[in-house]
Design a protein around this ligand. Structure first.
Ligand SMILES: *[C@@H]1O[C@H](CO)[C@@H](O)[C@H](O)[C@H]1NC(C)=O
Ligand SMILES: *[C@@H]1O[C@H](CO)[C@@H](O)[C@H](O)[C@H]1NC(C)=O
Ligand SMILES: *[C@@H]1O[C@H](CO)[C@@H](O)[C@H](O)[C@H]1NC(C)=O
Ligand SMILES: *[C@@H]1O[C@H](CO)[C@@H](O)[C@H](O)[C@H]1NC(C)=O
Ligand SMILES: *[C@@H]1O[C@H](CO)[C@@H](O)[C@H](O)[C@H]1NC(C)=O
Ligand SMILES: *[C@@H]1O[C@H](CO)[C@@H](O)[C@H](O)[C@H]1NC(C)=O
Ligand SMILES: CC(=O)N[C@H]1CO[C@H](CO)[C@@H](O)[C@@H]1O
Length: 490
């Protein structure tokens, strides 16, 4: 319990930090990632891994596109009160749109089923209500003369591959190891405690099924057998307004963001011009027409086309070759694509100036306000009920916007399974008026922000982060509709 004096100090501190919070955009640090010369001319990928889900132990914490690092560590003087995780889904097949005009090989997913069925919740206790475990089996009709555009094979494009399911499971096991075994924060999944987690833990997904595919294995990884005894709900908001993907309409935010990738933004155009020879080489091998605007608006398509192959399975799928000329996409070409993809993400979410912050804050402000409401409820005591762990499974666009809003100092394209973790701590012996503190982890390490109000977000007074979020998006997202419809400046 706080005494009246410390409560006064607390509100004074909160008021002061709200008044002095800096809401401006601050440029990220200069690094290889946002250096166009290194993107175009370096060799390799800055030590980033693109060809396996398994990061060698000696390289723990290294950026791995196929399976990003995650983890956390404890702090003695502080008591952990609440954890909210937002992660990107794990590795998947490419999207249909990322196939080359002629794909050199099939991509089959016959080693797994994507289960779609409805079942009465009464089935948890009444076996006579159980549904058959029906799954979608991609099929190739010998009669149907219409061939799908893009990839050929029995997978859905996209779907989480069986390797991606394995990574999801490991991710869940690792989270349990940290938050139960190491920190004793989450309950045990064993014996008498076995079901306590169901009251304390919430999972949320987007309307894109791949996030549910990840959740199903992640939860089994976290809670083992005790997750299999009865159903586990996944929270989902309605399609079209979902804040997690995000899907809610935000025309001003979208147009401000899109402008960052047009000729109106000089440094973007400069990178496209400089990358023309690389595009031409890739087009000649892949057969992508030089007039295909989607493929040449950015490196996104080539990046996904190539990286999904290299991450697949233990050894990856080969880089594609041209059946006529025999010329192949070399590792050097793929690496150049990966470097330019990193540069583009750093540009769009960080380097491009205040619009990079403002457009992300508008497009992702509702989720930020939801997060802030959770954090506020925890610090004001009891507001989250029994819930102490909230896990969101989302996309690279979701994570990138969170990183943009936090103004990460060195931006990267969030790889498969990337996570940002918000940990709320309470100081065991609070003496300075700031009772709750927050640590934000990205890739298992405290996130460094370029914004001086945030700095290294490692035991930052919680009210400082709340004041920053409130300033950008408004409590209860009160600013977002106005920002999105243009009646309030971004
Ligand atoms: C970018 O990298 C090049 C080559 O490594 C280097 O010469 C240059 O100084 C870097 N630019 C910045 C702004 O760091
Ligand atoms: C993966 O790429 C690294 C270089 O980034 C290379 O040293 C390694 O041999 C590659 N591994 C496989 C399995 O291709
Ligand atoms: C379907 O099978 C035929 C014959 O084996 C093959 O030529 C064709 O590429 C396959 N189509 C798809 C979509 O897999
Ligand atoms: C192979 O390269 C040629 C010449 O660039 C191109 O016209 C063709 O579309 C490519 N074919 C395939 C199968 O990618
Ligand atoms: C935000 O919403 C909560 C719950 O609906 C409400 O209690 C609170 O007063 C609202 N805050 C503001 C500033 O509107
Ligand atoms: C824009 O949003 C604001 C804030 O919600 C609202 O008051 C206003 O009516 C909206 N304007 C339009 C044109 O939709
Ligand atoms: C993700 C992506 O960009 N995929 C592209 C792969 O190439 C085809 C053209 O063959 C494009 O349509 C896709 O958009």
């Amino acid at each position: 319990m706080m005494n009246p004096t410390s409560s006064l100090v607390l509100s004074a501190a909160a008021a002061a930090s709200a008044a002095s919070v800096n809401l401006d955009w601050h440029a990220p640090s200069a690094s290889a990632v946002n250096n166009l010369t290194s993107a175009l001319q370096a060799s390799g990928t800055y030590g980033f891994i693109f060809n396996t889900s398994r990061t060698p132990d000696a390289q723990y914490g290294t950026y791995n596109w196929c399976n990003m690092p995650h983890d956390a560590a404890g702090e003695d003087e502080y008591e952990l009160r609440y954890v909210e995780v937002i992660q990107r889904h794990h590795k998947r097949t490419p999207y249909a749109a990322n196939a080359f005009p002629v794909e050199p090989y099939r991509w089959d997913c016959d080693d797994q089923g994507l289960y779609y069925f409805g079942q009465s919740l009464a089935a948890d206790t009444d076996a006579s209500k159980r549904s058959a475990q029906t799954y979608w089996k991609g099929t190739n009709s010998t009669i149907n003369p219409f061939v799908p555009a893009g990839w050929i094979g029995s997978c859905q494009f996209p779907q989480i591959t069986s390797g991606g399911l394995d990574d999801s499971r490991t991710h869940g096991e690792d989270l349990y190891d940290v938050y139960h075994s190491l920190l004793g924060f989450l309950p045990s999944r064993e014996a008498e405690d076995g079901e306590a987690w169901r009251r304390q833990v919430v999972y949320r997904v987007t309307n894109n099924q791949i996030t549910s595919q990840v959740a199903s294995q992640l939860i089994a990884g976290m809670w083992g057998e005790s997750a299999l005894t009865r159903s586990v709900p996944l929270l989902i908001q309605a399609s079209g307004v979902d804040s997690l993907e995000p899907q809610y309409p935000c025309p001003s935010g979208t147009s401000a963001f899109d402008r960052l990738k047009t000729a109106a933004t000089a440094r973007w155009q400069q990178h496209l011009d400089a990358a023309r020879p690389l595009f031409a080489t890739l087009d000649a091998i892949s057969g992508v027409p030089p007039t295909d605007t989607a493929f040449h608006a950015s490196f996104d398509h080539y990046y996904d086309n190539l990286s999904a192959r290299q991450c697949h399975g233990d050894t990856g799928k080969p880089l594609p070759c041209n059946a006529t000329t025999g010329e192949c996409v070399t590792q050097d070409l793929a690496d150049a694509v990966y470097r330019l993809g990193q540069w583009e993400y750093s540009h769009l979410y960080r380097d491009a100036g205040p619009a990079a912050l403002r457009s992300s804050a508008a497009a992702y402000g509702v989720w930020i306000a939801e997060l802030a409401a959770h954090l506020r409820a925890v610090s004001s005591g009891g507001g989250m009920g029994d819930v102490r762990y909230f896990h969101n499974v989302a996309h690279d666009g979701s994570l990138s916007r969170v990183l943009a809003i936090l103004q990460i100092d060195v931006m990267v394209w969030p790889g498969m399974g990337s996570e940002v973790v918000f940990e709320v701590y309470r100081k065991k012996e609070a003496g300075d008026g700031s009772e709750h503190y927050v640590r934000v982890l990205f890739g298992g390490r405290p996130l460094k922000s370029s914004n001086p109000t945030l700095g290294l977000i490692d035991m930052l007074p919680l009210e400082t982060l709340m004041a920053y979020f409130d300033g950008l998006v408004g409590q209860n997202a009160s600013l977002i509709k106005g920002k999105c419809n243009g009646s309030i400046p971004l």
